[in-house]
Design a protein around this ligand. Structure first.
Ligand code: RIB
Length: 309
């Protein structure tokens, strides 16, 4: 079992040939409203990959909130600990996706930032019963900390995806079993530049020396780096045509959590997560792009089919 503590957002997405510069207006293409939020995406992805998942978070008392909860429930996520808060709007993300598949995102956190220690207290039993607690940073940091300490009290594994990037103190870093930053997040967390593979490894070592037990650093189309104090292993990315990279990091993290909670090795977990991330970028949207387990299981055939034409 996995518990995800984090955000739920309604994503308002415009596909465009070009992301405008400040002060510029461009005409985009189509618009989509898609369930998102890093926490909800990770919970949804883990459920689609076959895990039993509890989501802990907050939405507002509005139509976005009820839609987000319904969508998670329909995909098999337990939503008993997704609370509906009065007088506050549900989190919203405004997303621009350009032709290359790259995006830029601004989040209005709304109800996500109304999460309180009580939310964690209410979900204490499921957190303690889960093999893995999976978190991100789209909710208040003190709530992230409380959830981490709750899981660690029960000796459970904690995976933190430090997105969006913000500085973390030793109390948090010390209790993290697996940290999964991208290059930008790693640079902010370590205070070391990440412009080359060598510098990325040095930045990773800084975090390992500050108490993090294990790192998977995501490098986009360059794959990822798995680091412990004993070894560093580079995994190549699968080459696919990206149409929208939104939620690729979320599905990658969810896949790691699914395999780790099932007792698989890190090599198995990372190979599985690379496939899940690759499939995610081939479809538009956040939760609309998350693959099912059977799609991941037939990944090699799917790649062969694409290569043949
Ligand atoms: O990681 C992608 C997610 O980031 C989007 O779904 C959006 O809601 C933002 O939280």
């Amino acid at each position: 079992m996995i518990t995800v503590v984090g955000s739920l957002n309604m994503d308002l997405v415009v596909f465009t040939d070009k992301i405008p510069r400040p002060g510029e207006t461009v005409l985009g293409k189509n618009f989509q409203q898609v369930p998102g939020g890093k926490g909800a995406n990770q919970a949804d992805a883990a459920a689609k990959l076959g895990a039993s998942v509890h989501m802990v978070g907050c939405v507002g008392d509005d139509s976005f909130g009820s839609t987000l909860k319904d969508c998670l429930y329909a995909d098999g996520v337990h939503v008993d600990y997704v609370l509906t808060k009065p007088n506050i709007s549900t989190g919203v993300a405004v997303i621009l996706v350009e032709a290359s598949g790259d995006n830029c995102i601004t989040v209005a956190p709304g109800a996500n930032f109304s999460m309180s220690h009580d939310n964690i207290l209410q979900a204490k039993e499921v957190i303690k019963d889960s093999e893995v607690l999976l978190l991100q940073l789209e909710i208040p940091l003190e709530i992230v900390k409380t959830a981490i300490l709750t899981a660690k009290e029960a000796g459970k594994k904690v995976i933190l995806n430090p997105a969006p990037a913000q500085e973390l103190d030793e109390e948090i870093l010390d209790h993290i079993d697996l940290l999964t930053p991208n290059e930008t997040e790693l640079e902010l967390l370590s205070g070391h530049k990440t412009d080359t593979l060598e510098n990325i490894e040095l930045a990773g070592k800084i975090l390992l020396n500050r108490g993090v037990k294990e790192l998977v650093i995501t490098l986009g189309s360059s794959g990822c780096l798995h680091m412990t104090k004993k070894a560093t292993v580079h995994y190549e990315a699968y080459k696919v045509q990206a149409v929208d990279t939104t939620a690729a990091g979320d599905s990658f993290n969810a896949a790691l959590a699914v395999h780790i909670s099932a007792g698989k090795t890190m090599e198995e977990a990372i190979t599985f997560a690379m496939k899940v991330g690759a499939l995610t970028v081939t479809k538009e949207g956040a939760q609309t792009s998350l693959p099912l387990l059977r799609e991941v299981e037939s990944f090699e055939e799917w790649m062969k089919g694409r290569a043949q034409g």
